[in-house]
Design a protein around this ligand. Sequence first.
Ligand SMILES: [Zn+2]
Length: 98
Amino acid sequence: MNLRTETVSTVLFGLGFNVVVPIIPDQAPQHVREGLARQRLLLLTGQCPCGVRLTGPNRAQRRQMARDEHRGIGVWEVTPSHFAGCPATHPDITGETP
Ligand SMILES: [Zn+2]
């Protein structure tokens, strides 16, 4: 699936972030729409209905972000993973073979 993304501002852990999230295509099947909505929800609120929660950047990551901000932009790379069975993990979205 060829996903488009957009950048949305949010506040997580008391810090402001610009987060790159998937755009939900209007014509996508319901299970894909639900999965993408959950991916957005986790990245924008820090939690998903499947029960997974983002943990904030650790001390070393916060220090690195502060150093990077002095150079113009602080980046915190996170690879969120959802619990098995969450619609966000459907192979139609992840492209993985079931
Ligand atoms: Zn989930």
